[in-house]
Design a protein around this ligand. Sequence first.
Ligand SMILES: Cc1ncc(C[n+]2csc(CCOP(=O)(O)OP(=O)(O)O)c2C)c(N)n1
Ligand SMILES: [Mg+2]
Length: 484
Amino acid sequence: MAENENPITANPPAAAETAPAKGGPASEPGPARPEAPAPAEAAQPNRPKAAPPTEAAQPRGGERRERPGLRWRRRRGPSPRSGESQPPRPAPRGARPASTEWFQDLRQERLRFELEEIWNEGKLAYRWSGAITPPPPLVEPRGLSREQCLEIFRWMLLNRSLELQLENLYKQSQVVGGVYFGLGQEGCSVASAYALGAGDWMAPMIRNQGSLLVRGFRPRDIMMQYMARADSPTGGKDGTSHFGDLGPRRVIAPISMLGDLIPVMSGVCLGERLQGREIAAMTWIGDGGQSTGVFHEGLNFAAVQNLGLVLIVENNLWAYSTPLQKQTRIRDLAIRARAYGIPAMIVDGTDPFQVYQAAHQAVERARAGGGPTLIEAKLMRMKGHAIHDPAAYVPPPMLEFWRLRDPITRLEGWLKQKGWLEEGAAEALRREVDSETLAERDAAEASPMPPPERAFEGVYCDGCHQPRPRFLGRGGRRRPQAES
Ligand SMILES: Cc1ncc(C[n+]2csc(CCOP(=O)(O)OP(=O)(O)O)c2C)c(N)n1
Ligand SMILES: [Mg+2]
């Protein structure tokens, strides 16, 4: 398998078996000329009106400035979104990035609704106002074959089916802690990870069950993990999602402290670079997690070091019970990328094709030495923070609006309309996926609880290896040492 092909998987689904090797869309047709509008712009007649340029957003001095190692350039002409002139951007290392535009908005619709805070007899509630309109059709998938679109659809079904079984296991008291769901986020979780290749790395967050499946973990791994069984990836030492694989799947375990995966994944890119490789390292963060200091520190580090971080901001509009409006005054979290001089994209997170297109572009840029990309995916958390949370603070019409944007329903409708999913095929696929999940569940339940002594194993290094420096300074350069 080529270095940057998807490593899928330990247990590929039936659809995957027939799928050809995934190459992704053809590379972008070279860097856009500075004066050319973003490709997305022409396709987006519904762009919001240009905001007046703010002083802070203008590069100071307005003239071309030179700094050692960085070439600052001021673009003329309108930016794709706001009409402001472009911010200075560092020249990429190595090959040029796929696009020189700093911002792209791939969405087919703008979200126009308000959440109003209401206090009633000392109790806080939110009122939602907006029109409950149907969603636009999905964008055409760029560079994805029929088999690949069906494969993405199948991963999404498996993601949802797995979560249903997790809920059942929880209600049967088989789960040792809480359970976190990504209902409504399956398209984003699956399609973003689908853009990664075997040589890339990823670090999921708690709702990215779909990403884990795409990367080769089995539903039983996730179920056993939640049940703290002996055969789970952590051998029963963790009751949720803190597991990864430093081997072929190249998955860094999630860190509960929100934002901390950003510098860690930047470090992964740096480590790979020290060994002579430019790779993409993808991680996810929520709208709430974006408020942490380490988000800014980590992203800035990735930016100045030009590391291949691909940061997907899953803006699901709530951080526990805090709505986005109480988190920040900005509406588009993607604009934060501008402060760090890195490209950003906004996608409809319920359209898997938009997510894939943006992620693929960012991954290509990372591998070409073009540095980090921030992708904001707009979507909605359709359940509470975790299973214990009924999300009573979410106004029902808001859920209704987003229910119409269910990513599985949308993709299914698109596939049927395209003629890629024949009559009855979706139902057959659902049955097949559900029976796979049930078989996985049986296997998970068959795993015993770990023996108590296991608690003492693997906590500290118990002679499994001899610690020694992997890199030695020689003649001012660091060279990787061969593994012993
Ligand atoms: C630094 C830090 N602060 C607080 C928490 C507690 N916490 C866990 S999840 C969460 C909400 C996260 O919201 P968001 O980032 O929007 O992600 P979502 O749950 O919506 O996917 C909070 C506050 C934490 N884990 N880490
Ligand atoms: Mg959130």
